[in-house]
Write a protein that binds this ligand. Structure first.
Ligand code: BMA
Length: 327
């Protein structure tokens, strides 16, 4: 029996499917993927790169919806089982006292973290180029927008689910204004969710699937072995970017210190819904549901910038894989 434990809540009703017979992968795909089709709501061209969390005994989420004018928007949604979703037909209207910050330009790739007493949403927010928008909500109906965390250009802002050394902590990936051909993961801390500093380098690109750029995915999962950070890595092929996912273990108290990280990917685009769509060959993780009691993990990821899919794993299996296949 593995002694690896998730430090967190039990979510006994989270989605789950056992590993198929003969499968030896660290993550296995839900057999009814994709769970969210591209046209679930009338305005949608595509619904992908989205974040889900437990909410009032059921589930809620914030979803990337590119509309049929190809505007990038984020919408709230609710679900009884985290598989069948009711996504609001209208985008989130953020409440913000300062129009300089609150004037919405575009938003994409949301993450959601439960911290202390509320849900914090981060997303790639248009403000003279992409940067990290921050808001909080109690109910997924009213969202209060705070200051952008960083100067442009930045993407993949991902909060840790609790304060570390009495500070809020966020991962991010400084970038450029386009389809960034570089990018490492950094960490910043804040006393108040407004001012972010003490920036630390966490991880650089490496070979193969993670050679062009990397970016944090779901909210890191606290475990007895360290923070489990699932991240995306990009390879530049003759046919463009290929987005796969891998994982690293970060030190619990000094999370900019990488203990292990995978040399091979955990999951790469191989199915039709990952390889064919508006942007082919993309598996882009943005959320994970975890059940501490059983060690089950469900990773939510965008497929081909078009649909939303789920893959399952067990914390001990994933962490063994990270340690046994570390760079
Ligand atoms: C990144 C982001 C993601 C997207 C990916 C692949 O730069 O825009 O939203 O999934 O490219 O197109």
């Amino acid at each position: 029996m593995s002694t690896v434990k998730i430090v967190g809540s039990d979510i006994p009703n989270m989605p789950w499917q056992e590993r198929p017979a003969g499968n030896t992968e660290p993550l296995w795909r839900y057999d009814a993927n994709p769970v969210i089709p591209r046209n679930l709501i009338p305005c949608a061209n595509s619904i992908f790169n989205s974040a889900v969390v437990p909410f009032e005994g059921k589930f809620a989420g914030v979803f990337r919806v590119d509309d049929r004018a190809r505007n990038m928007r984020i919408h709230a949604g609710f679900s009884d089982d985290a598989l069948k979703w009711n996504i609001d037909h209208e985008p989130i209207q953020f409440q913000c006292d300062d129009p300089e910050i609150g004037t919405f330009v575009y938003g994409y790739d949301p993450r959601v973290a439960w911290i202390e007493d509320r849900y914090y949403v981060t997303w790639c927010n248009g403000y003279h180029g992409p940067t990290i928008g921050v808001a909080f909500t109690y109910d997924f109906k009213t969202f209060h927008q705070l200051e952008n965390a960083f100067l442009p250009f930045n993407r993949n802002g991902v909060m840790f689910p609790r304060k570390i050394n009495d500070k809020y902590v966020m991962l991010s990936r400084p970038s450029d204004n386009g389809h960034t051909p570089f990018g490492d993961i950094f960490l910043s801390e804040s006393p108040d969710m407004i001012h972010w500093g003490k920036h630390r380098h966490v991880m650089a690109t490496a070979g193969g699937w993670q050679s062009t750029k990397i970016g944090a995915g779901p909210i890191p999962v606290e475990t007895s072995e360290g923070w489990l950070m699932i991240y995306h890595g990009v390879l530049t092929s003759c046919n463009g970017f290929v987005y796969s996912m891998g994982a690293a273990l970060l030190d619990l108290d000094e999370p900019w210190k990488v203990l292990y990280r995978t040399e091979p990917y955990l999951l790469s685009p191989q199915t039709q819904y990952e390889c064919v769509g508006d942007v082919p060959n993309v598996a882009f993780p943005c959320a994970a549901l975890t059940d501490a009691a059983s060690g089950r993990i469900a990773v939510y990821y965008g497929g081909a910038d078009t649909v939303t899919a789920v893959a399952f794993g067990r914390v001990d299996g994933i962490i063994d894989f990270v340690k046994d296949n570390s760079l």
